[in-house]
Design a protein around this ligand. Structure first.
Ligand SMILES: Cc1ncc(COP(=O)(O)O)c(C=O)c1O
Length: 429
């Protein structure tokens, strides 16, 4: 059958992996935000920064694009200067020198780093353990490699519907994780600091998870893209023991580190015998990542420590987090106090949606949080993300009372969001 898009027929059929017609959360929320009468919408939805990278990084990029050697292909494993800079920046956390030649591979954002992990180590019908809620992009990357997702849900704090609590209280049922392991389990994906919960897995949890992986030879992919934003102690799972390090690949993102998500540079760190395959897969996927921006990030890393930039990141984001979250205290609405990252989830079970509200069919068929998100856009002009999208269908009910807000926005936007959210008072039970 011919495929159809926007009423135009094509004789060319898409592959099933992209042919699905269910709209993803980003297209639903962005389209709703663009179409509402409440313009301009205060966008607390997608996790992009509402401000520029630091000036020293912009200057570095300007100088890099003037250089002949920066404007051509980089080596597939990344520019040496950036690998050296990443090694210098991360070796102190590992307590030993990371070898820039063999233990670091530069990728096109953490996203492509994750795809390279999947393409390197997964085969048809392999199983990948995900902890729910999860960053939605994992699924398609895992499935493109032919593997299947097996998920274990993090449990909300018992009093999460009624009381504000630490995001660390979202807990993993370790017995459920053990039961989910089968002979086909090849990989486990950990995300800490966590999107969307803001949880940082503590040492005890990391020990339990890594024990399961070591005992079953399961590769750990630790997605640590928010690793510069921690408000409680943060341990990297690769540093738990030499046994764990041998089976762990750590992902990170220069875009997230330096407020430049559009520059598309990230990296994978791990043992040489695993990194060698990441470089192979990455070379097949895109050959190399943007070369002048790699150079800029290298210079950025070289200067960040001396500039006090990493401390400033934590200070600024924590301020934004606390400033925005005042609104939940004002509304007496419970939320998960983030331990890291720039997302916060608030519990909206107290909001009573008006009966017979005119939700469009594609929102009506979704869990309650999609309706809440639609309602916030239409009535208050605030865009946020419904987290049930980050669950498998059987567990979506866990996320449907929550809403995710990104606080990486200018203070004026946070202030405007708070002002508009005060409008929720008239809809609260
Ligand atoms: C948990 C998580 N991992 C990975 C990414 C993607 O990072 P990058 O922009 O470097 O591809 C994101 C972006 O939102 C994320 O939230």
């Amino acid at each position: 059958m011919a495929s159809m898009k926007n009423g135009i027929k094509s004789p060319i059929k898409p592959a099933p992996r992209v042919a699905g017609t269910t709209q993803d959360v980003w297209s639903i929320i962005n389209a709703a935000a663009a179409a509402t009468e409440k313009q301009p919408v205060v966008n607390m939805g997608q996790g992009f920064f509402g401000y520029n990278p630091p000036q020293f990084l912009i200057d570095a990029a300007k100088s890099a694009v003037e250089r002949v050697d920066c404007n051509q292909y980089a080596p597939p494993k990344g520019r040496l200067r950036l690998r050296q800079a990443v090694s210098n920046a991360y070796s102190p956390f590992w307590g030993r020198k990371l070898d820039p030649e063999t233990e670091i591979a530069i990728t096109t954002g953490a996203n492509e780093g994750f795809l390279s992990c999947c393409m390197s180590f997964l085969q048809q019908d392999d199983e990948v353990l995900l902890l729910e809620p999860f960053f939605d992009q994992y699924i398609s990357n895992i499935e493109m490699a032919g593997a299947k997702v097996v998920s274990v849900a993090l449990q909300p704090p018992k009093s999460g519907m009624t009381k504000t609590h630490s995001a660390g209280e979202w807990s993993l049922d370790i017995e459920a994780l053990k039961r989910a392991v089968t002979p086909r389990t090849r990989m486990l994906v950990l995300n800490t600091p966590h999107n969307p919960l803001g949880k940082i897995f503590n040492v005890e949890e990391l020990k339990q998870i890594s024990d399961v992986c070591v005992q079953n030879n399961i590769l750990i992919i630790s997605d640590e893209v928010y690793d510069r934003l921690f408000y409680v102690p943060f341990t990297r799972i690769a540093t738990m023991s030499p046994e764990v390090e041998r089976i762990t690949l750590t992902l990170s993102s220069a875009g997230k580190n330096f407020y430049a998500t559009g520059w598309r540079v990230g990296w994978v760190m791990g043992p040489p015998e695993l990194i060698t395959y990441i470089v192979k897969a990455h070379a097949r996927i895109c050959y190399c990542s943007p070369s002048p921006l790699q150079e800029a990030f290298a210079i950025g890393f070289e200067q960040a420590e001396d500039n006090g930039f990493w401390d400033e990141c934590i200070r600024d984001m924590k301020f934004k987090m606390d400033f925005f979250n005042e609104i939940w205290h004002e509304l007496d609405m419970p939320y998960s106090e983030p331990e890291g990252g720039y997302f916060v989830v608030a519990n909206m079970s107290k909001v009573k949606l008006p009966e017979n509200y005119p939700f469009p069919p594609h929102v009506l068929e979704r869990p309650r949080d999609f309706k809440l998100a639609w309602f916030l856009i239409q009535e208050l002009g605030v865009a946020a993300i419904p987290p049930s999208e980050f669950y498998s269908p059987q567990n979506q009910h866990i996320g449907e009372q929550w809403m995710r807000f990104a606080v990486c926005k200018p203070d004026s936007v946070l202030e405007a969001a708070k002002e508009r959210l005060r409008g929720l008072k008239e809809y609260m039970k």
